[in-house]
Write a protein that binds this ligand. Structure first.
Ligand code: SF4
Length: 368
C-alpha cells in the first residue's frame, strides 16, 4: 500500500524516487505535469513511462488519495456530485458545477471541496453538522478532490476547472494547516489563481488570521446566517466562542490586508432568519463591511423541519436588502441531494453506503 500522496509529494521526493530507479531527472517534470491532466487517472495511464517504472512508482506513491464511489448528475448535466472514498473508508462529498458563458461572463467550472469528514461546528440545519467531526482531511485529500472533479468534468466534455470554493463538508479553518497547504499546492502547482478561490468559514477567528498571514488574495466568505448574536448562537454555535463583533472585525481586517471584498453567506431558512429585523441587520452589517451578500434559499430536506421561506416572504426579505450588493445563489444540484453532507447522509440512511465507504449494489427484485 503506497504511503505517500503523489499530488503533495513535491518535486524533490519524485526526483529522489526517479534517481533510485536510475531514471533521468527530466522525468520528474513529465510526472508533475501528468498529475494535473484531467484525463490521467492512474499510473497505468502514464504511457510515456515504461511499465516497470509505472509499477515502481505505484508501489511508492498513491496516484490519488480519493476514489469516486458514486457520481450523480443534476441541473441538466451542469452539476456533478461525487461521493469520494478515502483510504480509511471514510467518505466525503465534492461538487463540480459548470456555468456556461453568458453575454458578459466567461464559462466557469467551479469545484466545491470538503475539508473535514463531518464537522464539529454543529449548525442545526446542516446534514454534515449532524454527523459530528470524524476527522480532518489531509492536504492531499483536499487537493485530490479537485483532481477527481476535473476528471469527472473532462469525461463529460466540460472543464477545465477555473474556480475552487471551500464550501463542502467541514469547517476549512478548523483544519487550517491542511487548508492553507492545499491552497499553496493548488495556486503554485495546479495553476489556479488565488483570486479564483473562496474559503468559507463559520467564523474561526484564529483561522482567518492564519489565512491573512499567507498573503494569498483568496476571497473570504463568512457564513453569517444571522445578524444578531442571539440568533447566531443558535444557528452557528461557534458564535458562542467567536461572537459577531469579533468575527466581523477580523473579517474586515482580512479584507483590508488582502484587498479582496469579503462575502456574507446567508442560508435563508423559512420562519428562522427571514424576518425584516434580520434583513435590515444583514444590510447594515454588509454596508459597514462593504461585503457582498450571497443569499442561498435553503434546500427542502425530506423529514427536516428546516426549509425555504414562502416565496412572498423571500421577496420581502430581498427587498429589504436594497442598497447592498446581493446575489441570490441557485441551490445547485437540488435534485442530487446537493446541500453539504446530504448525499452521504441519504445513502447512509438507505443503507447503500456501507461503514467501510463502499456502496452496496442496487437491489435486484427477486424473481417470482
Ligand atoms: S454549515 Fe458548515 S460549519 Fe455549519 S455544521 Fe455544516 S459544515 Fe459545519
Amino acid at each position: 500500500m503506497p504511503t505517500r500522496a503523489l499530488s503533495t509529494a513535491g518535486e524533490a521526493a519524485i526526483l529522489d524516487a526517479l534517481t533510485r530507479h536510475g531514471e533521468p531527472a527530466w522525468r520528474a517534470r513529465q510526472i508533475q505535469a501528468a498529475i494535473w491532466q484531467p484525463y490521467v487517472g492512474d499510473f497505468e495511464e502514464l504511457l510515456q513511462l515504461h511499465a516497470t517504472l509505472r509499477r515502481s512508482l505505484a508501489d511508492e506513491f498513491a496516484f490519488s488519495t480519493v476514489s469516486v464511489g458514486a457520481e450523480l448528475v443534476a441541473d441538466v448535466g451542469l452539476t456533478v456530485k461525487l461521493l469520494c472514498r478515502l483510504a480509511d473508508g471514510q467518505t466525503i462529498e465534492t461538487v463540480a458545477m459548470e456555468t456556461p458563458a453568458g453575454t458578459d461572463s466567461r464559462r466557469r467550472s467551479t469545484v466545491c471541496v470538503s475539508s473535514q469528514v463531518g464537522c464539529a461546528v454543529g449548525c442545526p440545519f446542516c446534514a454534515t453538522g449532524h454527523m459530528g467531526l470524524r476527522r480532518n482531511c489531509t492536504t492531499a485529500e483536499i487537493v485530490d478532490q479537485v483532481r477527481a472533479a476535473a476528471g469527472a468534468l473532462h469525461r463529460r466534455g466540460m472543464g477545465p476547472v477555473t474556480h475552487i470554493v471551500y464550501m463542502g463538508m467541514g469547517e476549512p479553518l478548523a483544519n487550517a494547516a491542511a487548508t492553507l497547504e492545499s491552497l499553496a499546492v493548488l495556486t503554485a502547482e495546479a495553476g489556479i489563481s488565488a483570486r479564483r478561490i473562496t474559503v468559507s468559514t463559520s467564523g474561526v477567528v484564529p483561522g482567518i488570521q492564519q489565512l491573512a498571514a499567507t498573503h494569498l488574495p483568496v476571497t473570504l466568505a463568512l457564513s453569517l446566517h444571522a445578524a444578531t448574536d442571539e440568533l447566531r448562537d443558535r444557528l452557528v454555535p461557534i458564535n458562542r466562542t467567536y461572537p459577531l463583533g469579533m468575527v466581523l472585525d477580523t473579517a474586515s481586517r482580512y479584507a483590508e490586508q488582502s484587498g479582496r471584498r469579503i462575502s456574507f453567506e446567508w442560508c435563508l431558512i423559512g420562519g428562522v432568519n427571514d424576518s425584516m429585523e434580520q434583513a435590515e441587520g444583514l444590510r447594515d452589517l454588509a454596508r459597514r463591511a462593504q461585503a457582498h451578500i450571497n443569499v442561498i434559499p435553503m434546500n427542502r430536506i425530506e423529514g427536516s423541519p428546516w426549509g425555504p421561506p414562502e416565496p412572498e416572504v423571500a421577496r420581502r426579505f430581498l427587498g429589504a436588502l436594497r442598497g447592498a450588493r446581493v446575489t441570490v445563489r441557485d441551490t445547485r444540484g437540488g435534485d442530487a441531494d446537493a446541500a453539504c453532507g446530504q448525499l452521504r447522509a441519504d445513502l447512509e440512511a438507505r443503507r447503500i453506503l456501507r461503514p467501510d465507504g463502499t456502496l452496496s449494489p442496487p437491489r435486484v427484485p427477486a424473481r417470482a
